[in-house]
Design a protein around this ligand. Sequence first.
Ligand SMILES: [Zn+2]
Length: 291
Amino acid sequence: MKRLLSYLLWPALMASAMAVNAYGMSTAMPLLWLNISYFGLAACLFALERVMPHEPRWNENDGQLWPDIGHTLLSKSAVQVLIIVPALTGIGALASDEGAAWWPRAWPVALQIVLGLVIAEFGFYWAHRLCHEIRALWRFHAVHHSVTRLWFVNTGRFHFIDTLISVVFGLGVALAAGMPQDIIVWVSAITAYIGLLTHTNVEMRFGPLDYVFNTPALHRWHHSRNPAEGNSNYGENLMLFDLLFGTHFLTRRRPPVDIGIDEPMPATLGAQIAHPFRKTAGGAQALEANV
Ligand SMILES: [Zn+2]
């Protein structure tokens, strides 16, 4: 029974969050419903992490709750101000309702979302990969990789500059492709849901989904201390470009429990925000396995 549940959880949670967002998109308050779907999913994961954890050790306090929440609020605000609010209110919107002339507006919305995910993924993939391969960018990304446990709360633990780099790449590609506003909102929502799910400490199984989506199993390898394992699985939502560019990593072995980085990272939010700007900030891990 538990085994069956572990296979069903990921698709069931994704489908539920998307159903709430789909309903919200048909109302006058889509931003409210987007947040309800996001926090509803977070609440489910909070409960499930206690009932069926992947690593019981990752449920122990690491003293990073407030820095995790602080980074999340900064990053979430940056993203909502930059993309979601303009798209949903029409004020200062970067993209048009109908998108570019070539955009296949006549396609079913579901297919347009798939196309949107693939296009944005190209930007997300390269932003993430470059953050691992360029020392100056790794300094910001190291804040995320410094976690020693994975759970839904550190989904948003990104230095806000790191988040902006990722969003500018993903959104830049979307805008260049002439993606319509509602598809940009859908891609943003799915990115938020998959982000929560990839970091969650819930025991789940994925089967063939590991070759389509960025799953928790793949992301646990991405957080390995070993650069040969960690410099892989860069996909934000989809594994398409990891498969194409040879960075997809998955073995039958259990992913490491002892995750993190082998370089110093301060313990407080303010010091973590300042850390990448310091001259001595590390970049050893990124450089060590420069591919
Ligand atoms: Zn990374």
